[in-house]
Design a protein around this ligand. Structure first.
Ligand SMILES: Cc1ncc(COP(=O)(O)O)c(C=O)c1O
Length: 439
């Protein structure tokens, strides 16, 4: 490895995120281009994108309408201050998102990432209760194995141990529901898992322990993506909704992965038929091309802030790049693309074919579970003794050599292709994974 930072191709200066830096830099995998379903590597090899980038390129790479919109916006209006100032596309985008969002989620707060969307939602939850005169509601409830990004609020409510253990005491006043991963009862599930609705009663336990009047919000991913595609048990999300409503606790769905068609509907909330009080999103909002996130917020929450003298700022929160014009242009074009190419419907119509392809891997070496929902699939592997993550990493590297990009989390292979995937590409992806599992 060239470690001289003065040379352009030296690799040492870039500290790569969530990456085994030394391993990668000894054997780098470099992407030079991308179009549609495929990456081109720096050696000119084509690689099928089995993960839509990082669960974000839902319309496929270099979607022409989005590229064009970004180019045009750069010359029309590159930046506008986000505070005490507006530009038309931010309002247009907020309207479009409010229209798309379920129920009375009629208000939108813009951020730059999933992590920031989570922080925003958690802060709004706390400030909402304060605004309503319930200042004792300060506790936040997450769930074991939950992933809510990497900022302090997100890792505090999150439940992935390695994302928490190195970073001190995090936020105080946080508790966690038990996770719903249950291989013994639920192996080989699609959409929802058969067993585990009773785990929602864990929230009742926490309410009995802490007192409902101390709890501000519960945040869960409707389908937990980053922990390895953990499906909600049948009836579980509905039950969480009932309990939160009964006790005046807000329910936040973190849909950074599940929003914008990943499950064949606009939101996971639509797919699972449960309406939360807030939805956090990012990723597919701009098809991944410009960083942007959005939090959808109910009228009940929003309106609680719209009191007091009207020259006063109602919420002391926001980012320099909230509603950045270029990001807004990318998001509007992404929404147009999703609608015109009927990509959400397309994902729904491919769900069965996708699941069949995934389940065809059952019985291959070391496979101990397969889970699917919408255009998401996961294959859980038996770990190598005393070497957790090694099995999945080896499979991932073999698949890369054979021309497919997958994602690993622990010993789980996760897949979430662009929604433009064709049936023969689903076959290609499953075929490469099968070969990579065998050798
Ligand atoms: C459910 C969920 N929340 C939050 C995040 C964090 O998003 P970002 O990496 O854009 O900060 C992710 C990222 O994968 C996610 O899956």
């Amino acid at each position: 490895m060239d470690t001289n930072p003065k040379r352009a191709n030296a690799m040492d200066a870039y500290w790569m995120p969530f990456t085994a830096n030394r391993h990668f830099k000894r054997n780098p995998r470099m992407i030079a281009g991308a179009e549609g379903m495929y990456y081109t590597t720096s050696e000119g090899k084509k690689v099928l994108d089995g993960t839509a980038g990082l669960w974000c390129v839902n319309a496929g790479h270099a979607a022409p309408r989005i590229t064009e919109a970004v180019k045009n916006q750069m010359t029309e209006l590159d930046y506008a201050p986000a505070f005490q100032m507006g530009h038309p596309k931010a309002f247009e985008l907020a309207n479009r998102l409010a229209e798309l969002a379920p129920g009375d989620l009629n208000h939108v707060f813009f951020t730059n990432s999933g992590s920031e969307s989570v922080e925003t939602a958690l802060k709004i939850a706390l400030a909402y209760h304060k605004a309503k005169g319930n200042a004792s509601r300060t506790r936040l409830i997450g769930r074991e194995k939950g992933y809510h990004g990497v900022n302090f609020g997100g890792i505090a409510v999150g439940g992935i141990v390695n994302n928490r253990r190195h970073f001190g005491s995090l936020l105080t006043g946080v508790d966690h529901l038990r996770h719903t991963h249950d291989l013994e009862r639920n192996a080989y599930s699609q959409g929802e898992a058969e067993h585990g609705v009773e785990l929602a009663e864990d929230l009742v336990r926490l309410i009995e322990l802490h007192g409902a009047e101390t709890i501000a919000a519960v945040i869960v991913e409707p389908m937990a993506g980053s922990a390895g595609v953990i499906l909600p048990p049948k009836g579980y999300l509905k039950r969480l909704r009932e309990i939160t409503r009964e006790h005046g606790i807000l329910l936040i769905f973190d849909e950074v992965i599940t929003a914008y068609g990943r499950l064949g509907r606009a939101f996971g909330a639509d797919y699972y038929g449960v309406e939360p009080d807030m939805i956090t999103t990012a990723k597919g909002l701009t098809n991944g091309v410009i960083p942007m996130g959005a939090v959808m917020i109910s009228s009940e929450i929003h309106d609680a802030f719209m009191t007091g003298p009207d020259h006063m700022i109602e919420l002391f929160h926001g980012y320099t790049y909230s509603g950045n014009p270029v990001a807004c242009a990318a998001a509007l074009a992404a929404l147009d693309t999703y609608r015109e190419e009927e990509l959400f419907e397309r994902a729904a119509s491919l769900e069965g074919y996708w699941a069949e392809a995934m389940f065809s891997l059952k019985g291959l070496p070391h496979v101990k579970d397969i889970r699917c929902a919408g255009l998401v699939g996961a294959v859980e592997l038996e770990p190598v003794a005393d070497m957790p993550t090694k099995r999945a990493l080896d499979v991932y590297l073999r698949a890369w050599d054979k021309g497919a990009h997958l994602r690993t989390t622990g010993d789980i292979i996760a897949m979430s292709p662009p929604l433009i995937i064709e049936k023969q590409e689903i076959d290609e992806l499953a075929g490469i994974l099968a070969e990579s599992l065998i050798a």
